[in-house]
Design a protein around this ligand. Structure first.
Ligand code: CP
Ligand code: NVA
Length: 321
């Protein structure tokens, strides 16, 4: 990396629409190579490189897709349980950042406070990737938007309706709308609004329409995508009983589907709770592309790691395609 500024991925800020589409095109290439079994021994863009992964919260998709992704790109991933390293407790975030920068080539981190990942990135000399914080989950939304893109569904006026909590996943959709033009609607109960700063920043992009509508049935009208997430995020378990009651009208079910376009697709970042934020019928029905989006975490994150960890390979692909 000598001479070039290291690149992080903490969110979408700093990217433009063109760079995001470039990343999608590379993700598609990576996916197709894997499907055609063409990931030959020669394609090892992060060979001999290692990625330190810090998980301060549970994970299935993120952990597996990153670890597998690193392996498939020729590198090695080291999984660190937050509890055992004690981020900011056993030692300071700054020291962890400096030390891992000596051992490893990138850091993937799932943390509570977003400020901690910013501190990590500020003090690390290697790329830092946000694998979810209380504020945002950009790798997820990258995979989600890519899923729509590869299916030929992405358009400037695509109406994506996020049904539920104005949480980290909703915030990342909003952040994306600040860069890539589309129509985003969040339907949530009063008091469960998304991050105000991200919303304000995103609204500065006049090419996107960003709405907050409290009536879920009204919001779902003519939707191209109905999207949901858990009602109780990791770390909010104490509020579960209250949330179960408050969010009841915000379930994606057949009745809500009837409001959306007949061609609408249904998405969920998972883990999913049938009978809560989504009915079993819809989750497992023909309009669900939920497993596709989960699979795509692998492909987009591989593309992202090549972009951040071996920019020459990434650039060369775009020069030749
Ligand atoms: N969607 C997602 O990030 O899943 P995990 O929490 O299992 O990683
Ligand atoms: N909003 C959820 C996303 C899980 C992938 C959470 O933070 O728990």
């Amino acid at each position: 990396q000598t001479g070039t500024k290291k690149r992080d991925f903490l969110g979408f800020t700093g990217l433009d629409a063109e760079k995001i589409i470039e990343l999608f095109d590379y993700s598609l290439h990576i996916k197709q190579q894997r499907e055609a079994n063409r990931q030959t021994a020669e394609f090892r863009p992060i060979r001999h490189k290692t990625v330190a992964m810090i998980f301060n919260k549970p994970s299935l998709r993120t952990r597996v897709s990153f670890e597998l992704g690193v392996y498939e790109l020729g590198g090695h991933a080291i999984s660190l349980e937050g509890k055992s390293i004690g981020v900011g407790e056993r030692e300071s975030v700054e020291d962890i950042a400096r030390l891992l920068s000596r051992y490893n080539d990138a850091i993937v981190a799932r943390l509570h406070e977003h400020e901690i990942i910013e501190t990590l990135a500020a003090h690390a000399s290697i790329p830092v990737i946000n694998a979810l914080t209380d504020l945002s989950h950009p790798c997820q939304i990258l995979a989600d938007a890519f899923t729509l893109y590869e299916k030929g569904l992405w358009r400037d006026d695509i109406k994506v309706v996020f049904v539920g909590d104005g949480n980290n996943v909703a915030n990342s959709w909003i952040e994306l709308a600040g860069i890539l033009p589309f129509h985003f609607v969040l339907t949530c109960p009063e008091g469960y609004l998304p991050d105000e700063t991200l919303l304000k920043q995103a609204r500065a992009n006049a090419k996107s329409v960003i709405e907050i509508v409290h009536d879920p049935m009204e919001a779902a009208k003519d939707a191209d995508v109905l999207y949901t997430d858990v009602w109780t995020s990791m770390g909010q378990e104490d509020e579960m009983a209250e949330r179960l009651k408050t969010f009841e009208p915000y379930q994606i079910n057949s009745k809500m589907m009837a409001e959306a376009k007949s061609s609408a697709v249904v998405m969920h970042c998972m883990p999913a709770h049938r009978g809560q934020e989504i009915s079993a019928e819809v989750m497992d029905g023909p309009q669900s592309i939920i497993i596709d989006e989960a699979e795509n975490r692998l492909h987009v994150q591989k593309a992202l790691m090549v972009k951040l960890m071996n920019h020459d390979v990434y650039r060369k692909f775009h020069l030749t395609h």
